[in-house]
Design a protein around this ligand. Structure first.
Ligand code: N01
Length: 524
């Protein structure tokens, strides 16, 4: 038996739940299919010790309900994973969302039959919807390297993004962490405090700035809430969707003293926003060098041992072009006697043994191996199911040379298929919560406009958009780094810049213009 709805949403994270709330409010029938056994998306799965957001809580939260944003009380500047999950659960209950969320349903296939999307789940269920909204997240399909000998390991191998829900007591354990992206850097100090010994296996040292996390006091909370509308507006008009006004100055116009003062202030306060300390840090190598040198100096000052310090130095790519981390005491952790740093570029992992990891230069005894090795970013979860559009063409075929979209939302040949905050949109270069809400609101307007009609991007509009995304990226320093923005995280993945780097504000203007031009580029 097929269950028919108007809007079929895949994924019950922030994007899927917001889509459900809005589309239901428009009188549409909606069903959300979620692979996991709980809602929350990335915040349901990523439960590793120390997991927290690096966008400020007040910005990384829904803006659609004034009551919601006034009543919810965040406890810390950067919320932990359990607190964010509590927030998601609260939203689901407050807006009665759960009755349309179907858990434990992984979509394996979707095919457009000329008028509807026919969807099959891993459990063998069949669903159909006039609209198929992919709210699957950019960092949800995990990447776990196959290490030779790993089946022989007597201990446990865990992935940060599939952390056991009952938790793991690492006290007294010898732990190895492979990977030093945001997840690895975030968990390193936390695990070091618990474990008997921690070994960190690092391939590429990345730039990281301090989180400057802190509890939120009542006065701050009242102040933010009294001016929330202005904060949201500032975020909507910013390059990244963060709630502060970025600099319009060039790093190269400042004197060395002025620059240092700016960077010192950014270091103490901005976290991820450091990259906006001057407008040209991501555009100009010379400007970027001034920030990179400053950060390297700061990293160096935190590490006592000269050899370890050198191993931790990010070099060879501009600051910010590989997603920088935001850390709490990551670097001083390597001053502890019970923490070892292994540089796998000079001392590669050879194999996993029953008792640990053998590298070229020695053996590291371990009870637990943690893979903090990240994700098949941006396209992983969109290409994992088989999605078949008009004329039997699959999304995998259409995207064989990298993702192709119009506005990041639509794909030509795939009528009424919508991607929320995915490739071709600001997505991972933005506060993704803001980008999600922007997409859902825009889509709601489009749906009102077309009623029961069908929407599809024209091939010409898609070509134009792909060219524009590439052009914007080429004007930045992003292509200089090996990063998941460029598809470098997976061997054989096409090397193209996937998010849209024109900024949140610029992107919003484009979406507004498309509407003003009668939905230019879309066949309605
Ligand atoms: O994943 P990553 P992540 N052998 O891809 C290494 C968000 N997030 O889970 O750089 C050895 O960044 C890999 O090395 P290299 C945030 O957007 C946010 O940490 O490829 N090493 C890299 O060091 C973030 O960017 C928060 O050379 C291997 C690491 O594994 C994104 O999620 C917290 C390897 C993977 O880093 C993903 O972060 C957590 C191998 N075979 C996540 N394969 C916050 O809000 C991979 N690596 C703070």
């Amino acid at each position: 038996m097929t269950r028919d709805v108007d809007v079929l949403v895949i994924g019950a994270g922030f994007a899927g739940l917001r889509t459900l709330h809005t589309m239901r409010g428009m009188g549409r029938t909606v069903a959300v299919l979620e692979a996991g056994d709980g809602i929350g998306g990335v915040w349901y799965w990523n439960r590793y010790p120390g997991a927290r957001c690096d966008v400020e809580s007040y910005d990384y939260s829904y803006a659609f309900s004034e009551e919601l944003q006034q009543e919810w009380r965040w406890s810390e500047r950067y919320a932990t994973q359990p607190e964010i999950l509590r927030y998601v659960e609260h939203v689901a209950d407050r807006f009665d969302l759960r009755r349309d969320v179907h858990l434990g349903r992984r979509m394996t296939r979707a095919e457009h039959d000329g008028s509807r999307w026919r969807v099959t789940t891993e459990t063998g269920e069949e669903w159909s919807g006039r609209w198929l909204v992919m709210a699957v997240g950019n960092l949800s399909t995990t990447k776990a390297p196959e290490l030779p000998g790993q089946e022989s390991f007597a201990g446990e191998i865990l992935h940060t993004a599939r952390w056991p829900h009952e938790g793991r007591d690492l006290s007294g354990q010898r732990v190895g962490i492979i990977g030093t992206g945001s997840s690895g850097m975030q968990m390193t100090p936390v695990v070091a405090r618990e474990a008997a010994h921690l070994t960190v296996f690092q391939r590429t040292p990345n730039f990281s700035v301090p989180a400057a996390n802190a509890p939120i006091d009542d006065a701050t909370d009242a102040e933010v809430k009294a001016t929330y509308a202005q904060r949201r507006e500032a975020a909507r008009n910013s390059p990244s969707g963060l709630g502060f006004v970025p600099s319009r100055l060039s790093a190269l116009d400042a004197t060395p003293e002025e620059r240092r003062a700016t960077y010192e202030a950014a270091w103490k306060r901005l976290g991820f926003g450091f990259v906006l300390a001057y407008y040209d840090l991501i555009l100009d190598q010379e400007a970027n060098d001034t920030a990179a040198d400053f950060i390297r100096e700061k990293i160096g000052a935190q590490v006592a041992n000269a050899e370890t310090r050198e191993k931790l130095m990010p070099r060879g790519f501009p600051f910010g072009t590989k997603r920088p981390s935001v850390d709490s005491d990551y670097y001083p952790t390597f001053n502890r006697d019970d923490v070892t740093l292994v540089d796998v570029r000079t001392d590669p992992i050879e194999r996993v043994t029953p008792t640990g990891i053998a590298t070229k230069n020695g053996h590291h005894d371990l009870d637990v191996i943690v893979l903090a090795t990240g994700f098949d970013a941006m396209t992983g979860s969109l290409l994992r199911p088989e999605i078949v559009g008009r004329d039997g063409r699959t999304l995998r075929e259409h995207w064989s040379a990298g993702p192709r979209t119009y506005l990041g939302l639509f794909v030509s040949g795939f009528p009424n298929l919508v991607i929320i905050a995915g490739p071709g949109s600001p997505s991972l270069l933005s506060n993704v919560l803001l980008s999600i809400e922007q997409h859902v609101d825009w889509l709601a307007e489009l749906m009102e406009h077309v009623g029961d009609g069908t929407v599809e991007a024209t091939p010409e509009a898609e070509d134009r958009w792909v060219a524009h995304v590439n052009e914007r990226a080429a004007a930045t320093l992003y292509p200089k780094a090996r990063s998941y923005y460029m598809g470098d995280e997976i061997e054989g993945k096409p090397r193209v810049f996937m998010p849209y780097s024109g900024g949140v504000r610029g992107y919003r203007r484009i979406l507004e213009q498309v509407v003003a031009d009668g939905y230019d580029g879309l066949k309605l």
